[in-house]
Unconditional design. Structure first.
Length: 261
């Protein structure tokens, strides 16, 4: 339409724009300029927002680090980091060829002492002065088995054989928001989860020691499990796992408390 109008103007020598069209063109130009200006402002505000979000994230991380340090100082000052009772937590291991693999090391025993693989200085492990990490040294465990399983699901850990376990943490124990890291950990109970097979539960201390130290025997033992079709429901398996771990947590908490009465 616009091209037809321009053709007619040229044909009849109309030099001036029609008043109504001229008014609309001026209004359109003003609003186009304003819209462009607003888009530029929005882009500037978006950049500033991203920068502020980045700064806030950095501040929050720094705050968490400062809080960890302050909490550790208070616990050390009042000797709260050294508990007369084991601190109970949950962790997992990958299971491969009958061995239990932690985040950075194989566990060849059901009781493990932490090393600092960064500094090779093993006094005062786990370190709280920032000399190592990330991740900082120590044996890690979650406070809640549900939180641990959520992390495992998010990372698709359960797509391969894993062992979920209850551990008793002792020595120097550093508490964080969702978990702990400690100088020593003892495996108190495990549930071995193998895709397509029945879960295996173990809470006998002698058998746990044998499983962690004897890879060949453990590999043979793991082949014993066969998963019935009726139990191959992820929600049911998860509920069974949580129920078993919480029962073990209650039992060991009660046993520890009564030993120290």
């Amino acid at each position: 339409m616009l091209s037809e109008y321009q053709t007619l103007r040229r044909r009849y020598g109309l030099l001036e724009q029609h008043p109504r069209l001229a008014g609309l063109d001026r209004a359109t130009d003003r609003r186009s300029f304003r819209a462009k200006h607003l888009r530029e402002q929005i882009e500037e505000l978006a950049d500033e927002d991203r920068w502020l979000e980045s700064e806030l994230e950095s501040f929050n991380k720094g705050r968490e680090l400062v809080l960890v340090g302050v909490i550790d100082e208070l616990r050390t000052k009042f000797r709260e980091a050294w508990s007369p009772l084991p601190v109970l937590g949950f962790r997992y291991w990958f299971v491969k060829d009958g061995t239990f693999l932690g985040f950075r090391q194989r566990w060849s025993k059901s009781i493990k002492d932490a090393d600092c693989l960064t500094t090779r200085v093993h006094e005062e492990v786990p370190h709280t002065d920032g000399r190592c990490g990330p991740p900082a040294c120590g044996i890690y465990a979650a406070k809640q088995v549900r939180n641990l399983l959520m992390t495992m699901e998010a990372e698709r850990v359960t797509d391969r054989p894993v062992a979920v376990g209850l551990v008793g943490l002792s020595g120097k124990v550093v508490e964080h928001r969702f978990g702990y890291r400690s100088a020593r950990a003892e495996v108190l109970a495990i549930a071995v989860v193998q895709p397509g097979r029945e879960m295996l539960f173990v809470d006998d201390g002698e058998l746990l020691g044998e499983l962690f130290s004897n890879a060949e025997a453990t590999a043979r033992w793991l082949t014993m499990a066969r998963d019935p079709v009726t139990s191959d429901d992820p929600a049911s398996r998860k509920a069974s796992l949580i129920g078993y771990m919480k029962e073990q947590e209650r039992n060991h908490a009660w046993t520890s408390e009564n030993k120290n009465e």
